[in-house]
Ligand binder design. Structure first.
Ligand SMILES: [Zn+2]
Ligand SMILES: [Zn+2]
Length: 147
């Protein structure tokens, strides 16, 4: 399976940003900060957030910050794992510049099959951290989520 079985591209982008903000940067995340970091308009972010709420991945109350459910956390970690493995593959094997590797990984990280990500991860020597020093989470692939 791939993440695109569960989420659209804009939903994946959004959930990755929420996770990075909340967990890795330890700051509060709102639809406004998300719109800024995603470079899109607040109404489109709210639309995406509502879809993520409906899928049981995000908690969003009026006038409050955005949170992830436990299912949302697991899926965000999986999406970031896909992203960082692919990004690292582009950097280590294809010798792409990190910025370009990141941008290219964003294009397909949610489409690529979990088995291929796992093979790439092994090929790379099972790194614990990505080029930027951020953790590469393993063990979140292949879980069954209701659609
Ligand atoms: Zn990246
Ligand atoms: Zn996966």
């Amino acid at each position: 399976m791939s993440i695109s079985d569960i989420l659209t591209k804009s939903e994946v982008e959004c959930i990755k940003k929420i996770y990075r903000g909340l967990i890795e940067d330890k700051r509060k995340v709102s639809s406004t900060t998300l719109a800024q970091s995603l470079g899109i308009k607040p109404p489109s972010v709210i639309d995406t957030l509502n879809k993520l709420v409906k899928k049981g991945l995000v908690i969003r109350k009026p006038w409050s910050y955005v949170k992830l459910t436990s299912k949302g956390l697991a899926l965000a970690k999986e999406a970031i794992y896909h992203h960082r493995v692919l990004e690292q593959f582009y950097i280590d094997i294809l010798r792409l510049e990190p910025d370009i590797a990141c941008r290219e990984a964003d294009k397909i990280d949610y489409l690529i099959d979990c088995k291929i990500v796992s093979s790439l991860y092994t090929l790379l020597g099972r790194p614990m951290r990505c080029f930027h020093g951020n953790p590469i989470y393993t063990g979140y692939c292949g879980e069954k989520y209701e659609k």
